[in-house]
Design a protein around this ligand. Structure first.
Ligand code: ADP
Length: 461
């Protein structure tokens, strides 16, 4: 059996199914904008939750004093303190620490988890050096970044809807996570106060905005994906009660749940069917770091089975879900050599695959197809957000410089993905307008961002 015969049609079909020509991108951008409106109109109005952040004042640069940030979003929690010096001095000093969360606490009780966090925070606060100053009579204030689905009820309270990312802590769902932290701090005799509860995208937007007034959107592309942006309160029909003085607020889109008009393949559908959240987070499953490697693995497995891409036998390891990770795709795509030896050794080390040169070339084509689709769709999503903002108020984003702050390991480390994303934005907006839209990496801005939001929402101001 010759592979060329059966490999070529499978690859061609994959490329056709994953294609993102301009009309497809435009349709996705339009659908994103429409879903944003649906979610702003009423809770449950579309795939997008469009969660109110209660962040009504963005960092101005004038923030002064000592503030803390606490970040819980994965297998680590991070603590940070920053001494802010206002417009001229900006960040006078900052210190941070990262603590990994013992596995058993992820399956324990709410009290155990929050006691662990509060005691870590207490230890860190004890080490506060002479460069940090708290005015007499004030409590230390914290910005709390909590990257799990929360129904926010005010800037400093929010109810956990459910744990995700492998956490199965009992007794937190349905409770205010700020109250949980406050109670744990009391048990530790730690006299600090949470002044802002923020999602990590919101922290990223605030952190980037501190340095640049033109930041209007923040996007995270890491293991998962999410985006937030600055919205006019008049454009939020579901917002009841008093509206913010500034007339603006930040909306957390939860765009990973978007699903309309995406070019999907049999491999995406099979991966979704095997997932723990069937039918959910379809945009996330198409564009984010957790999944790109797995989609490619499924394609390669089919090419091995139906096209004998790696010889007559199918490599056993290639049948293991998630064995091929997005950083592996990335590393393979950086190999520009003629013999593609790096591709060969990654394939062998990671998936036990022995490959000849023509097979390696096909592997790279598969990676590129999946990554290109992901990057271009992420770009279309960003344009959807910008388009929605512009349609509401002509000139507000396209008539001047507008910055989209990006963070997350996928965006940071995958140059091809980043280029495809930018290409799609430029194609959709056209050369003239895209000159005004700056998509830029804002590394680890979310920690400082949370501290800034604590400052902006300080009880002493
Ligand atoms: P998280 O999203 O888990 O909070 P990060 O923003 O650091 O954390 O993103 C980590 C993710 O970024 C990984 O799961 C992986 O998918 C992706 N990633 C990390 N390094 C690379 C790399 N070198 N190339 C491509 N993707 C990477």
């Amino acid at each position: 059996r010759s592979n060329a015969v059966s490999v070529a049609p499978i690859l061609t079909k994959l490329q056709k199914d994953c294609a993102t020509p301009l009309p497809v991108l435009r349709h996705v951008a339009d659908a994103m904008a429409a879903d944003m409106r649906g979610g702003l109109a009423v809770d449950g109005g579309s795939d997008l939750k469009m969660i109110l952040s209660y962040v009504n004042s963005l960092p101005s640069g004038n923030e002064k004093g000592l503030f803390y940030a606490l970040d819980l979003g994965g297998t680590n929690f991070r603590v940070l303190r920053v001494q802010l010096g206002g417009k001229d001095e900006r960040v006078i000093d900052t210190e941070f620490e990262q603590v990994s969360i013992p596995q058993e606490l992820m399956f324990g009780t709410s009290e155990e988890l929050f006691d662990f966090i509060a005691s870590g925070l207490a230890k860190f606060a004890q080490k506060e050096g002479g460069k940090f100053h708290l005015p007499r009579g004030r409590k230390r204030e914290i910005g709390f970044t909590f990257s799990f689905p929360v129904k926010q009820t005010s800037i400093d309270s929010g109810i956990l809807m459910k744990w995700t990312k492998g956490f199965a802590v009992s007794g937190t769902a349905g409770k205010d996570v700020v109250a949980c932290l406050n109670e744990a701090m009391e048990r530790q005799k730690l006299d600090m106060r949470v002044s802002a509860l923020v999602n990590d995208t919101v922290g990223t937007l605030a952190g980037a905005r501190y340095w640049d007034d033109d930041v209007m959107v923040a996007v995270i592309l890491g293991t998962g994906t999410n985006a937030c942006y600055v919205e006019q309160v008049d454009a939020i029909p579901k917002l009841q009660g008093p509206k913010s003085l500034s007339g603006r607020t930040i909306i957390n889109t939860e765009w990973g749940a978007f699903s309309k008009g995406l070019p999907l393949t049999e491999f995406d559908r099979d991966m979704d069917a095997a997932s723990i959240n069937l039918g959910e987070q379809i945009f996330e499953k198409t564009i984010s770091g957790m999944y790109l490697g797995e989609i490619a693995r499924r394609v390669l497995l089919k090419l091995a089975e139906a096209g004998a891409l790696f010889g007559e036998a199918v490599p056993e390891k290639l049948t293991t879900p998630f064995i091929l990770r997005t950083p592996d795709l990335c590393a393979m795509q950086q190999d520009n050599s003629n013999d593609m030896k790096a591709v060969e050794s990654i394939l062998y080390d990671v998936a036990g695959v022995e490959s000849n040169l023509s097979a390696r070339k096909i592997v790279i084509e598969v990676c590129d197809t999946i990554v290109k689709r992901g990057g271009r769709l992420a770009g279309a999503g960003i344009v959807g957000i910008l388009q929605k903002m512009e349609d509401d108020a002509k000139g507000i984003v396209f008539g001047k410089r507008t910055v989209v702050a990006m963070d997350g390991g996928l965006y940071e480390h995958y140059p091809q993905y980043r280029r495809y994303l930018q290409d799609a934005v430029t194609e959709l907006l056209g050369l003239e307008i895209s000159k005004n839209v700056v998509i830029e990496h804002s590394k680890d801005g979310s920690g400082i961002g949370a501290a800034l939001l604590a400052a902006a929402n300080s009880q002493y101001e």
